[in-house]
Design a protein around this ligand. Structure first.
Ligand SMILES: [Zn+2]
Ligand SMILES: [Zn+2]
Ligand SMILES: [Zn+2]
Length: 144
């Protein structure tokens, strides 16, 4: 499969972050993985391991606040990180069989949110939504 050129590696400098091999390593590891990774897994895959897990974790938190990555807590209650390709509002889907994640632009729950605001009296400013299911590959394997 060819490397999609849709999402260039986000610019660390544009976000006011110093460009370090450590930070670039984390972004690279996330980009190369088709499933969410724990902090430990990211650290293990990094080409250079000059700094420890806490530093990797701090960088990941920073990437999450920039919208470059998202943290996902799976059914096992373990936090993993996934790279975000879209800079727009989007959600991630994860396959419960193979663990692969994919990203879909947009949302489609606006009407439900309006109803929820009406019922709760809240003004909803943001939301997180993680979708779990069975990916096309796993579905077709089952059908065979
Ligand atoms: Zn995302
Ligand atoms: Zn699957
Ligand atoms: Zn949404």
């Amino acid at each position: 499969m060819s490397d999609q050129a849709t999402a260039p590696t986000p610019s660390l400098r544009a976000a006011g972050m110093r460009q370090t091999p450590q930070r670039e390593g984390i972004l690279r590891v996330l980009k190369d993985s088709d499933r969410p990774l724990t902090v430990e897994e990211i650290w293990e895959r990094m080409p250079e391991r000059r700094s420890g897990l806490p530093t990797v974790y701090r960088n990941l938190e920073r990437f999450v606040s920039e919208g470059w990555a998202e943290s996902i807590v799976g059914p096992d209650q373990v936090m993993r990180f996934v790279r975000c390709d879209s800079r727009h509002h989007h959600h991630h889907l994860q396959c419960e069989r193979c663990g692969r994640t994919t990203e879909v632009d947009g949302c489609g729950i606006d009407a439900s949110l309006t109803e929820l605001e009406r019922l709760s009296g809240f003004r909803v400013t943001r939301h997180q939504l993680m979708l779990f299911g069975v990916c096309p590959t796993c579905r077709s394997e089952k059908d065979r």
